[in-house]
Design a protein around this ligand. Structure first.
Ligand code: BG6
Length: 509
């Protein structure tokens, strides 16, 4: 494994939750595996006045709670904490950047990090245009004396127009190769495994097309509500929060053509091609293809659950969607007319992300009494989380007289692999950026193509108040009308359980 070059990771928004819960614990996990360079430092930035000692104390707590590898002893943890520094300044104010620049170069001198800096924007999106511009004004984007990379968190834009504007703005100050647009789904081991499952197995790829696949289903459900993020979520909703990025990405990985190479250009070209092939949904067709819902108060196993409109920071008359189900098509040779059904929601019965490939049934049903397509077809379930693994459903003879077939499960669970460490998404993505590998980061044109697809839906919702926001009781699988999207009588969504291969009527949620 390559080790990154010596560098400083500069985190804007270092007093926030993302830094505490995800970023620092992920870097600690890298440290634990000796994946950091010999000369390395983290410089946390923010308006909150903190000393280095305060910052280290807070991050220590974050590491103890959220790192995958808990520190085994104090000395090891302190060796890592010694690499953490904090500098407080107003990151909005252009005139404070000169002093910041001096501070950064002094730290670079002290830590021997060779002028290599990664800037991580863990800030509200309103800062995404301001910070890069001020950095560039100070020459802090100039790579003649060390690499300078910029990691931008989602949301990347609010709609197509703002995403284009943001891309244009960033590209004024940094080159595309310097910009790393993060989508933590791409950092998940099981999401990357989609590529390996598809392109390293001779048995799947020949079947992976409209001739053999009946439809594709993608679900990302959560069993929690918006919690304390109501303020953010009101301006976002499930379409912007999950569909535009994570769900379309999963669809892109399922649908993409084999890349020529496993490298950033080839893989990102293929994903972008899928996004460009998404069949546009016209504003007037939105109700036919897209269902939106919002959770309402309910009682789950004796526990009273709030409705979305009662959450902190949420308008009591809010029409923000916490659930989206939609039917989409990818207009190319491989996928013409194969429906992709995707859905996501908060406060559903369980937390599951999975992709189900539904193969076409055999042309002649020799063995079935019951000829429903769903009972006759093979399904490949690719489980992203939890109980990560793969499940293949296929027909077997029911023992005894006659020839009756029944679908059975063949399953693989990552947890069965001994000694397999699944790195966190942030750990993988941060390491890739440190190594200068942008394969698992979004490219600007793909982000815009995804917005272009989603934009008419958002516009239709905004303009036409007759498009219903369906209420669904918290703890259920969303509005029942989402079943109507699948307009074939004997096909429904799969209702997954926490455990990949449990699919009886009763299961653990
Ligand atoms: C984030 C969304 O991008 O993804 C959250 O902003 C959501 O609303 C989260 O909860 C889901 O991520 P994961 O990894 O738990 O599936």
């Amino acid at each position: 494994m390559n080790t990154p070059k010596n560098h400083i990771l500069v985190i804007f928004g270092a007093s926030g939750d993302l830094t505490y819960r995800k970023l620092i614990p992920a870097v600690f996990d890298l440290h634990n595996q000796n994946l950091l360079p010999d000369h390395f430092a983290i410089l946390g930035l923010g308006r909150t006045a903190l000393s280095n000692a305060d910052f280290r104390k807070k991050m220590k707590d974050g590491i103890e709670q959220f790192a995958l590898n808990k520190p085994s002893n104090e000395a090891e943890l302190n060796a890592f904490l010694d690499k953490l520094f904090y500098y407080s300044f107003n990151t909005k104010a252009a005139d404070e950047y000169a002093a910041f620049k001096n501070h950064l170069w002094e730290l670079n001198q002290q830590c021997q990090t060779e002028g290599n800096f990664i800037y991580y924007l863990a800030t509200p999106p309103s800062m995404y245009e301001i910070i890069p511009a001020h950095l560039a004004e100070q020459g802090l984007g100039d790579e003649s004396n060390g690499f300078k990379r910029l990691i931008v968190e989602k949301p990347f834009g609010y709609d197509l127009g703002t995403a284009q504007k943001l891309n244009g703005h960033l590209l004024k100050h940094f080159k595309e190769e310097q910009i790393y647009r993060i989508d933590h789904y791409l950092g998940k081991e099981t999401v990357q495994n989609l590529l390996v499952t598809r392109f390293s197995n001779g048995i799947f790829e020949p079947l992976w097309n409209r001739n053999y696949i009946h439809h594709v289903e993608i679900t990302s459900s959560e069993n929690i509500g918006v919690g304390n993020r109501g303020g953010y979520y009101e301006g976002s909703g499930a379409m912007r929060d999950m569909v535009q990025n994570h769900l379309l990405l999963l669809a892109g990985l399922v649908a993409m053509e084999p890349p020529a190479l496993i490298d950033s250009t080839s893989i990102r070209n293929e994903i972008a091609k899928v996004f460009h092939s998404l069949r546009p949904i016209k504003e007037e067709d939105v109700p036919k293809y897209v269902i939106r819902g919002q959770y309402t108060a309910s009682n789950i196993r004796g526990k009273q659950m709030k409705g979305y409109r009662e959450e902190t920071g949420v308008d009591p008359k809010s029409r923000t969607e916490t659930f989206v189900a939609m039917k989409l098509f990818i207009d190319n040779w491989r996928w013409a007319d194969v429906p992709f059904y995707i859905r996501t929601g908060k406060m559903l019965p369980t937390r599951v992300t999975e992709i189900v490939i539904h193969f076409k049934p055999t042309p002649h049903h020799l063995f079935a009494d019951d000829e429903t397509i769903s009972k006759q077809s093979n399904q490949l379930v690719i489980r992203i989380q939890p109980d990560e693994g793969l499940l293949l459903k296929f027909g077997m003879k029911v023992p005894g007289a006659g020839f009756k077939a029944q679908n059975v499960n063949m399953d693989f669970h990552y947890s069965n692999l001994n000694e397999t460490y699944l790195p966190s998404a942030y750990e993988r993505l941060l390491l890739d950026c440190m190594l200068g590998d942008s394969t698992l980061y979004h490219r600007g044109d793909a982000v815009e193509a995804a917005w272009k697809f989603v934009d008419p839906i958002l516009k239709a919702w905004e303009k036409d108040c007759c498009i219903k926001v369906h209420g669904y009781p918290a703890g259920t699988w969303g509005p029942d009308v989402s079943d109507d999207l699948i307009d074939e009588p004997d096909i429904t969504w799969r209702y997954p359980c926490k455990n990949l291969s449990d699919d009886g009527n009763y299961c653990e949620l």
